[in-house]
Design a protein around this ligand. Structure first.
Ligand SMILES: [Zn+2]
Length: 67
């Protein structure tokens, strides 16, 4: 079970079996639920866009690597 690192609620498994939630960066280095993602993380990313663009690509590469 994965807990949201922002609101501490349990992250629900999606219809396609993904249970890790969303990436909470740049707010926190952890996983967050859909609600926090859309209300907190995405607005924060928009503010930090130049930084986030570069970081997101690094992160996607890492996750692909682990599969
Ligand atoms: Zn949450």
């Amino acid at each position: 079970m994965v807990k949201c690192c922002l609101c501490q609620k349990k992250i629900k498994v999606t219809s396609f079996g993904w249970k890790e939630g969303n990436n909470a960066l740049p707010l926190k280095d952890g996983r967050c639920c859909d609600l926090c993602n859309s209300t907190k993380v995405i607005p924060a990313r928009i503010k930090k866009l130049p930084f986030w663009n570069r970081y997101e690509w690094d992160l996607i590469d890492d996750e692909e690597f682990e599969k």
